[in-house]
Design a protein around this ligand. Structure first.
Ligand code: HEM
Ligand code: HEM
Length: 184
């Protein structure tokens, strides 16, 4: 496997990676903004957008993880330091796990608070007086900053590879450039 490993991720995995990034950042921003809103009907639209984003993230994540099992991928990039290499792998798995836990806790919360109908345009849904009485809300609120921190760490590691180790790691998570032939 190592001998014949490709030098970059499969285009499908690249697409899933950057799609996840856009969706998770959007869900995070909407989530942070809406949690400061007063509990009135105006909050329902933000909640619906947030929940739809979260559901799409879960689908993309599951399909991506299954595809990961079957598609060839490059060997884990080395920094030359055993601990950092191990930490890099651990962060990748932790990112998968935390994104999954965000969607899981979010969905549990919306089921407990009977918010699901708003995704389908349902009106007359009563928001709970206080979301924080639900353990799933606590979990959702605790995991969110941990995920944000891990993403910062992940980006720093990618930039360290790119600009300090100069191993062009970012190109592994991008599409292969087509050979441009001159037209005769
Ligand atoms: C990776 C996916 C997700 C991310 C990054 C995310 C992010 C967030 C953030 C940052 C908050 C505010 C936390 C705080 O201020 O303490 C929040 C709140 C919330 N999220 Fe999510 N979320 C995700 C998925 C979901 C899903 C799938 C659902 C439901 C289907 C959901 C439902 C909620 C609800 C009901 C709240 C509480 C709003 C409030 O307290 O006013 N989230 N989310
Ligand atoms: C929400 C934000 C992000 C999440 C959840 C995330 C998640 C992940 C995961 C789980 C992997 C491992 C892929 C695998 O082996 O299956 C990965 C790889 C990678 N990510 Fe991200 N990522 C995020 C943002 C970013 C950003 C902003 C950058 C660019 C600076 C980036 C650059 C990379 C690179 C270059 C790899 C490949 C690393 C390698 O070849 O070992 N990621 N990402």
């Amino acid at each position: 496997m190592t001998k014949n490993a490709p030098t970059r991720y499969h285009p499908l995995q690249v697409t899933f990676h950057w799609l996840t990034v856009v969706l998770v950042v959007a869900a995070f921003i909407v989530g942070r903004t809406m949690s400061d809103l007063p509990n009135d009907p105006g909050k329902i639209t933000s909640l619906a957008v947030h929940m739809i984003l979260g559901a799409i993230i879960l689908i993309v994540l599951v399909v991506r993880f299954i595809a990961r099992l079957y598609l060839p991928r490059p060997v884990h990039a080395s920094t030359g330091n055993v601990f950092l290499d191990w930490a890099g792998k651990a962060v990748h798995y932790a990112l998968y796990a935390l994104v999954f836990l965000m969607t899981f806790s979010g969905m549990s919360l919306s089921l407990q608070t009977e918010l699901l109908p708003i995704v389908f345009g349902g009106s007359g849904v009563a928001l709970p007086a206080d979301f924080y009485v639900f353990a799933a809300r606590m979990l959702h609120g605790v995991i969110a900053p941990v995920l944000a921190l891990l993403v910062v760490l992940h980006v720093e590691a990618a930039l360290y590879h790119q600009f300090v180790l100069k191993d062009n790691l970012l190109s592994r998570m991008w599409y292969k450039k087509k050979n441009r032939r001159s037209i005769k």
